[in-house]
Design a binder for this molecule. Structure first.
Ligand SMILES: Nc1nc2c(ncn2[C@@H]2O[C@H](COP(=O)(O)OP(=O)(O)O)[C@@H](O)[C@H]2O)c(=O)[nH]1
Ligand SMILES: [Mg+2]
Length: 229
């Protein structure tokens, strides 16, 4: 039987991009079968109405009754995985589904248990905020130091897994702590982690970016928490 990729999409207030990202995910060239699992995290901007109308084979839509955060949405999606591999896909247009093939390669040929798509390995990327870059580098370096690994982009959305590995992580974070939590757990289990360069079409705050310095601080706390507690 053909192998399948489960694409996990956490969504919160993405009315301007949701239709286009779904189109791109379903159109991306892929050697595997695919299923798209969308989790609406109680959007209030009309995204929910759009999602309620979806009735397309290969797309599952789940709804949270309250806003719980990206981590919670990813966890809900994990519960619905039926594929052999899984990847996290944000619902904005910052990451490009045409790169799934590249991300899956080390998983499909059996070298890797987990693959991170790195925005900092020379792929084309939009030039954006200095302090985001500094914050990203700091969080990645700190996480590397305490987990003894050498990632270049811990906070990337594009993390691809063998489905069993993803389920076994038993994730607990509800918000953006999900990224340090995944990283600490795959490092502690000595999963074989690969990185591949990806492109990054970052968006500005005027285009709907939501992450702030407070999320950076909470990520810092999560790095410590998931390593030591
Ligand atoms: N900010 C935020 N994003 C959420 C939440 N729940 C799900 N998401 C989704 O998680 C993904 C990452 O968030 P995003 O705001 O794009 O991060 P940013 O691009 O760094 O601002 C997006 O697909 C969001 O729609 C939530 O409670 N808050
Ligand atoms: Mg984003």
């Amino acid at each position: 039987m053909a192998q399948k990729l489960s694409i996990l999409m956490p969504v919160y207030n993405e009315v301007n991009t949701i239709e286009e990202i779904i189109r791109r995910v379903m159109a991306a060239e892929l050697l595997l079968e695919r299923e798209l699992i969308i989790v609406d995290d109680c959007s209030k901007d009309g995204t929910r109405d759009k999602l309620q109308k979806i009735n397309q084979p290969g797309i599952k839509v789940l709804f949270h009754e309250h806003n719980k955060g990206k981590g919670a949405a990813v966890r809900t999606a994990i519960g619905a995985i039926t594929g052999d591999f899984a990847i996290i896909q944000d619902a904005d247009l910052e990451y490009d589904p045409r790169e799934y093939g590249k991300l899956l390669e080390p998983l499909l040929d059996g070298r890797a248990d987990v693959v991170y798509g790195s925005r900092f390995l020379g792929g084309p990327h939009r030039v954006l905020y200095f302090w985001h870059y500094v914050g990203n580098q700091f969080l990645t370096t700190f996480s590397n130091a305490i987990n003894n690994i050498n990632l270049s982009d811990m906070e990337t959305c594009y993390k691809a897994f063998k489905a069993d590995v993803m389920r076994s992580l038993d994730l607990k974070s509800n918000r953006f702590g999900i990224e340090p939590e995944i990283t600490a757990k795959v490092a502690r289990r000595h999963c074989r982690i690969y990185e591949v360069p990806i492109s990054y079409s970052g968006r500005g705050y005027e285009e709907g970016k939501k992450i702030t310095w407070k999320d950076g601080l909470s990520a810092l706390w999560c790095i410590i928490k998931f390593r030591f507690f």
